[in-house]
Design a protein around this ligand. Structure first.
Ligand code: SF4
Length: 270
């Protein structure tokens, strides 16, 4: 599977998620855990050793050097950010969305586009996804920003996107997410999808970090967490407590599967 470039915007492709839109991490509003363990940031054992020697708190840090962290990938995500920003400011976002949609409908109408493989919503990306949905491209995406999910819903309303064509939005949380942010994500995913829809990153209990409110205390299932991304281990697969395994992302847990087969995250596009 190969990536493609339309009007300067790269649509990435990988064997797990299929096609996805990734943008620079400057679009993100990271939590405390994100700052330590972003899967998009390259970190080597040497980096960790250097930080430890400099007296920096390295608990929770893990080596991370997957393709998403490579310089070439990061340049692509930076360019995507700039293309979307320019299209929004210069008034060609409609054209960009129409071109991407035309390609999609022609070549892969059955596929679901993964939004925010890296990065998060900001106004140009909200408006871009709403336009893709208007043209009939099925999108599912993750976001930590409740106010941007709200904007996306309002833009879909303005563009008169039918309810079952709207992007399926998953609120992204982790053990360091503030209670207030959790609550707003519950509200906005409910308004967007018709049900509270969250995904959580699990953490390694041996890290002994004093997060504001350990995720266990949120009563994960009652909070509306549908999918859990476990913590990385030395065995090339992630791990979560036994009680939550049915919610774990099977791809990161080591199963040879793809989002298209799994569809746990897809919601109305399933
Ligand atoms: S849970 Fe399934 S659909 Fe969601 S990211 Fe993992 S493999 Fe993809």
């Amino acid at each position: 599977m190969s990536s493609l470039i339309i009007m300067g915007l790269t649509i990435s492709a990988n064997s797990k998620t299929g096609k996805s839109i990734n943008v620079s991490r400057k679009s993100c509003r990271p939590t405390a855990l994100c700052r330590k363990r972003c899967y998009g940031e390259k970190i080597t054992l040497e980096d960790i050793a250097r930080m430890e020697a400099a007296g920096i708190d390295v608990r929770c840090l893990r080596p991370n050097a997957g393709p998403i962290t490579w310089d070439k990938s990061q340049e692509t995500y930076e360019r995507n950010f700039n293309v979307l920003q320019a299209a929004y400011k210069e008034g060609w976002l409609d054209e960009l969305a129409a071109e991407v949609s035309a390609y999609w409908i022609r070549h892969q109408p059955e596929e679901v586009l993964r939004g925010n493989g890296l990065g998060d919503l900001w106004p140009p990306l909200c408006d871009f996804y709403a336009r893709l949905a208007m043209h009939g491209v099925p999108v599912f995406l993750f976001s930590r920003k409740a106010e941007m999910i709200s904007r996306l819903r309002e833009t879909c309303n303005l563009l008169e996107v039918e309810y079952d064509r709207r992007p399926w939005v998953i609120g992204s949380v982790d053990p360091s997410t503030e209670k207030e942010d959790l609550s707003k994500l519950q509200t906005e995913t409910l308004r967007m999808n018709g049900q509270v829809t969250l995904a959580a990153t699990w953490y390694d209990p041996t890290d002994r970090l004093l997060w504001h409110e350990p995720l266990e205390n949120w009563q994960v299932h009652e909070a509306g967490v549908r999918v859990i991304f476990g913590y990385h281990t030395n065995f090339h697969h992630t791990r979560v407590p036994q009680a939550l395994q049915k919610n774990e992302c099977p791809a990161t847990a080591g199963l040879k599967t793809t989002c298209r087969e799994c569809r746990k995250c897809f919601g109305r596009h399933a």
